[in-house]
Write a protein that binds this ligand. Sequence first.
Ligand code: ACO
Length: 458
Amino acid sequence: MSLSRLFNPRSIAVIGASRNPDKIGHVILRNLVEYGYKGKIYPVNPSANEILGLKAYKSVLEIDDEVDVAIIAIPADKVLEAAEECGRKGVKFLVVITSGFSEAGNEEGEKKLVEVARKYGMRVLGPNIFGYAYTPSRINATFGTKDIAVGGISFLTQSGALGIALMGWTLMEELGMAALVSLGNMSDLDATEISDYLADDENTKVITIYLEGLKPGTGKAFIEKMRRVVARKPVIVIKAGKSTRGSMAAASHTGSLAGSSRIYEAAFKQAGVLEASTVEEMFDWARAFSLLEIPRGDKTVILTNGGGVGVLATDAAEKYNIPLIDPSNELKNKLRKVMPWYGSVRNPIDLTGGALVDNYVKALEILEESDEVDNIILLYCRTAVLDPIELAKTLAEFKKKLSKPIVAGFVGGADVREAIRILNKNGIPTYPSPERAVSSLAAMLEYRRIRSRLGGVA
Ligand code: ACO
């Protein structure tokens, strides 16, 4: 069954929609309502007549309408019966929030849940999850933050608590999300199947996954399926549980096989999945993928007003395998005209600490025109003569004329933070350090290589 109705349901029932505002079932219902889901919402609670102004139903069977998705947030011992009723009702997807299944030794209960679902042709997300969200349909069926920034990043997570925490963090960082899926025990729907669906989702530009481990015996299928996903969309994974103690912690957390880190690294490589080493790095890269088109080539220049950050970026470019071009004499001559005589026209192109907005704009116009350049790393250090916000606003305007991918590293204090915000809002992925900007472009170039290697797989 296609997952389309999970992400674009016509109606959602919340089974266990509590009247108590502090309970999980209530929070999910409230988030659904307040985030603005436009389909029908049916609270199910045998003891209530109305919750949050919506008519409540004693059972899902009482609902006089088709139900595409049922969110289940009642104690584990009641889940099977509710699942049966959903099956009889013709529900298509069960989103089972409830804990107390295989992660807690109740393999039997989880097996039965999947059996019930199979019997009626339903698919199961979970159990043991915080829910899911899909911003294009204004679905926030989670008990995380009420608001979710809209954008092109889809995030699948095997850790619920981390996922919820990252909902707040991505909101603060203004990282725009498409889908957000808590994977939990992956009793039925797993990371590969959801990624496969999202690879064809027009609102998803990049898929990010927090993974603790795969189920035993699914490694080969993971590689094969992920290769087909990666041929269509970039996938970034952060693999937790790489250390010996970490892998034991993962086993008791989600019951997955954390396995040797080398095996996972090899599997990700074969699958063409990009592996980030920290959550911050994963979202840095995801920001770039969500804002930019995949680069057409890898010839790169660094444009800076600070020698130091230029050198740091150069070191990082070498470390991350980004080819920095040696500009031709023709290009150098053009650049000389837009900077002080003591600037540098080599790569990094150093406009010097005296650079003004106009120097940046003119240099960018030349780089945009030049066949020698595919990508631009733009760096800025706070100086007394150049207001970062003025530069950011001008670059945001200039971006409309720019066809080449540009990533930026802006270094400085509070006003630089604001400039970074403006740039990110206007489609230029911008970071508070040169290395993070370089690393993000490097991830895109790596994906470009992977995709051309996998070409035709999809
Ligand atoms: N159908 C519909 N509603 C029912 C049913 C039923 N069969 N049975 C009970 N209800 C109602 C209850 O009456 C109650 O509503 P009320 O408060 O208005 O009376 C509501 O459903 C909830 O039932 P409770 O028995 O109060 O259950 P509670 O909310 O305490 O717990 C829960 C349910 C949250 C699913 C719990 O069992 C659980 O699993 N918690 C963990 C969830 C979790 O953490 N998931 C992983 C997320 S990831 C992470 O790390 C955070």
